[in-house]
Design a protein around this ligand. Structure first.
Ligand SMILES: [Zn+2]
Length: 224
């Protein structure tokens, strides 16, 4: 695997879980299943990806015994949302369009549908941050960004902390600060990470992946 792969200490502590943020998707581990990303709000299961034509979606859910899943980004927010009790995990591509459309909330709902009952844990990977990410006031409004996530720039524009917006969305779902980890920094000003804003067409893609080791399921006899 790529030497620059970043992992989250918070997720690393979950038994049976594998995950990572890889700077160049081409060097990621083999066997990661990915959807056809369209900046939407649809969540699919890895089983749906296996049924032939790759569906358009921006989040994928996997359970123990199933293949690992991933999304690719270059400035958008890569988010891994996990049930630490081992029912399921979701990889989410959350750009401003996805955040505004509610993809974080849909990913959480998909985990609940998959059987997750207790508190969830999240890792937010490198993405465009407030130091560099400029957008319009209108888009910041559509994101529902809290005032502390926004800083004025030139007329009609603001700098937005996209990762902070994602974190606030998780917080609104009841996921406490101690259960959300920010891994890495800003893709635009940290040259270790691919950035669409910085590199344009030639930008590589960051791979965020998550899954379960084959024997990750809680053994019989333990309380489920
Ligand atoms: Zn920056």
């Amino acid at each position: 695997m790529d030497q620059g792969t970043l992992s989250s200490p918070l997720l690393s502590g979950i038994p049976g879980l594998v995950h990572g943020f890889v700077p160049d998707a081409r060097t990621g581990p083999p066997g990661i299943r990915r959807p056809r990303q369209v900046h939407g709000d649809r969540v699919v299961t890895v089983g749906e990806l296996a049924k032939g034509a790759t569906p358009e979606a921006d989040a994928v859910l996997t359970r123990p015994g199933e293949p690992p899943v991933g999304v690719v980004t270059a400035d958008c927010v890569p988010l891994l949302l996990v049930d630490p009790r081992g029912e399921a995990a979701v990889a989410v591509h959350a750009g401003w369009r996805g955040l505004a459309a509610g993809i974080v909330e849909r990913a959480e709902a998909a985990l609940r549908t998959a059987g997750a009952r207790g508190p969830l844990v999240a890792a937010i990977g490198p993405a465009a941050s407030r130091c560099c990410y400029e957008t319009t006031v209108e888009i910041a409004g559509r994101l529902g960004a809290r005032p502390e996530r926004v800083r004025p720039s030139r007329p009609g524009h603001v700098r937005v902390d996209l990762r902070g917006v994602a974190k606030d969305r998780l917080g609104a779902l009841g996921i406490g600060e101690e259960r959300i980890e920010l891994a890495g920094g800003c893709t635009i000003c940290d040259p270790r990470w691919p950035s669409w804003r910085r590199d344009g067409e030639r930008a590589e893609r960051l791979l965020a992946f998550v899954g379960w080791k084959r024997r990750g399921r809680i053994r019989a006899g333990e309380e489920r």
